[in-house]
Structure formats: C-alpha cells, structure tokens
Design a protein around this ligand. Structure first.
Ligand SMILES: NC(=O)c1ccc[n+]([C@@H]2O[C@H](COP(=O)([O-])OP(=O)(O)OC[C@H]3O[C@@H](n4cnc5c(N)ncnc54)[C@H](OP(=O)(O)O)[C@@H]3O)[C@@H](O)[C@H]2O)c1
Length: 318
C-alpha cells in the first residue's frame, strides 16, 4: 500500500524537523515525509533528502507555491516564522496562506502549531502590561492564537497543537545562565516562583507525528505538549546538577526584562509575564500525563540536559 504523504512546513527547522525525522525513523509507519523548504540545496534540506524525504520548494509568502507543495498530501503540518521578521501581520499572512493552500490541496488532516491569544486573558485596555504594536499584548502568541479561527472558518480538519518554551532557547536564543556580579551563574527569567511549561523542540515534532497517527479522533481538538512544568528555581537546580556548577535563579520583574533592549525583548517580557500570571491555566493546557501518553518518549529537562549540557554556551565565572 502506498504511504500517506505528510507535507511538513518548517522541516529544516526545529518543530518541523522533529516531525520529518520522526516520520523517517518509522519506515513501516505508513507515512512519508515531504519536506517544504525555500531552498532544496541547503545543507539541512539535502540531509533530509539523503535520509529518504521528498523535498519540495515553497515559500509561506507565496500561496500558489504552497498549494503545489501540499498537492496530494494526506497531512499538512503548519508552523509560522515570527522570529524571522518580528511581524504579527506577516505571521498571520503566513498562517492564512498555509490554511488556504491546505484547503485548496484537499488535505485530510492539518496540524496548526499555535499558542494562546493572550488578549483573551489580558484585554488591550488592561495596563498590567504594555500594549505592543498597537493591538497586541504578546505579538508572537496573539498572531498565532488569532489565526486559529482561520483554520476553523475554512472548515479544515485541524488539530491545534499548543507548543511550549523550547529548552533549545538555552543554546540558541541567548537564555543560558550567565555569571552575575558575584561570578555565580544565574538563570535570569521573570517568572517569579511560578511554573513554566517547557519542552525539547524535537519532541514537539514527535508529538505531531503521534497526532497524525491518531488521526480523526484528534481533529478539532486543542492538544498541549510539554516535557516539564518547572519554576526558575527548579530549572537552576537542574542546570547545577548537569553542569556540576552552582547555578542560581535570578527572578527579575517582567518590566526589567522588557527594558533589556534586544529585538523582541518587549514581546518576550510580556510573554513571561503572561506565562507567570496565568501559570496554572498555561500548565493545565499542557498536561504532562496526557502529553506523555501521546508521545511516551517525551524527554524530561534532566534527561535533555544530560544530552545537551555541553552545547549550552556557558561562560562559567566560577
Ligand atoms: N523558541 C521557542 O521557545 C518557541 C516555543 C513555541 C513556539 N515557537 C514558535 O515556533 C515558530 C518557529 O518554529 P521553529 O522554531 O520550528 O522554526 P525554525 O527552527 O526557526 O525553522 C523554521 C524553518 O522554516 C523555514 N522558513 C522560514 N521562513 C519561511 C518561509 N517564508 N516559507 C517557507 N519556509 C520558511 C526555514 O527553512 P528554509 O530556510 O529551509 O526555507 C526554517 O528552517 C515561531 O513562530 C515561534 O514563535 C517558539
């Protein structure tokens, strides 16, 4: 029997890459991976082709190219690229193009990688946090959450996949513990003493594969995934164990984080404040037992650190 094709947007990246590799690692699973990339000649695209994936070029800003790329696919995995342009308008345009293309191609199952629209929790006129870009509280959350309705309006058979903070942010996103004035490594996050749901990015893709395999029963559902719910103190303790060095948690205020000035600092400051102030709802939407039932191989933070601590850019001051 021929395999069902899953077209994977962002397959050369974190979430989509996890999904593409999960499909390729299961040759008898009944699915094949179609990698969507803007450049089939890139090193990552070629590595996936060598591993057995079909590679197709398309751009999320060119709907016709997406229609061609999704043609004949059973499943379509949709993820958008906020941090490439920092624009919620562009992110919504990407989601629109993907949803419309999935519909035009007649996809039987769509996974939309989304996050909460924070404005459902903190209306724009609530001054607990600043409104950004005129109409958002957490732009990279709000653009995704707002886009959920698109998938519904088009009547697409969609599973809404609520993702979590990647542990890879400690490797690539400048969030690793850094030495403080006393020379001791400190993990700086404005989470107070509240728990943050977090995950290995690769496990988001693996969970997406499990959702495609479950199929029909997941359509219309919102499924949250996380490998752990941890406070800043608990994360710092895990870093200490993995690095063999003292690491403390430096709980700052979200306003201080917003003032750091790097691109997106205000968005991330608001994100942490939102995650902190609604930690209970945020964790409940990403139930650890259910996530592990969906994908039993889900990594823990200690397990991920045991594999990845050497990749974390630590400038140990002690
Ligand atoms: N960092 C976190 O903690 C976190 C947590 C939850 C959700 N998220 C969300 O995750 C999303 C990004 O997903 P990711 O981390 O998996 O992405 P990623 O690792 O940055 O990779 C995205 C891939 O998408 C492709 N791409 C970029 N622009 C494209 C376009 N216009 N058309 C087609 N393909 C394009 C690129 O591939 P080519 O160069 O091969 O085309 C790239 O390899 C963001 O919206 C972010 O908000 C992040």
């Amino acid at each position: 029997m021929s395999k069902k094709v899953i077209a994977v947007v962002g397959a050369t990246g974190a979430q989509g890459g996890g999904l593409a590799r999960a499909i390729l690692a299961d040759p008898n699973g009944g699915y094949s991976a179609r990698v969507i990339t803007r450049s089939r000649g890139s090193e990552k695209a070629r590595a996936l082709a060598e591993a057995g994936a079909e590679v197709v070029e398309a751009d999320a800003h060119d709907e016709a190219s997406l229609v061609r790329a999704f043609e004949g696919a059973h499943g379509v995995f949709c993820v958008t690229f906020f941090w490439n342009h920092f624009s919620p308008e562009k992110e919504k345009a990407e989601a629109t193009a993907m949803a419309r293309a999935a519909r035009a191609a007649g996809a039987a199952h769509v996974i939309w990688s989304t996050l909460e629209d924070s404005r459902r929790f903190i209306p724009l006129d609530d001054d607990r946090m600043p409104t950004l870009m005129g109409e958002y509280k957490v732009p990279h959350f709000d653009a995704k959450g707002e886009s959920d309705q698109l998938f519904r309006d088009l009547g697409l058979p969609t599973t809404f996949l609520l993702t979590s903070f990647y542990w890879e942010n400690f490797i690539y996103f400048g969030m690793a513990p850094k030495p403080g004035p006393d020379g001791v490594l400190a993990l700086t996050m404005p989470m107070g003493d509240r728990k943050l749901p977090s995950i290995a990015a690769e496990d988001i893709g693996r969970s997406a594969y499990a959702i495609f395999k479950r199929g029909q029963s997941t359509m219309g559902q919102t499924i949250g995934v996380a490998g752990a719910h941890l406070t800043g103190h608990e994360m710092a303790e895990a870093f200490s164990r993995a690095l063999g060095l003292p690491v403390k948690y430096n709980a700052i205020e979200p306003a201080v984080f917003r003032s750091f000035g790097f691109p997106g600092a205000d968005d991330l400051g608001n994100m942490f404040q939102f995650n902190r102030d609604f930690s209970e709802q945020f964790c409940a939407a990403r139930d650890l037992t259910r996530a592990r039932e969906l994908y039993p191989g889900m990594q823990t933070f200690d397990g991920w650190l045991a594999e990845n601590a050497g990749r974390i850019p630590i400038d140990a001051g002690v």
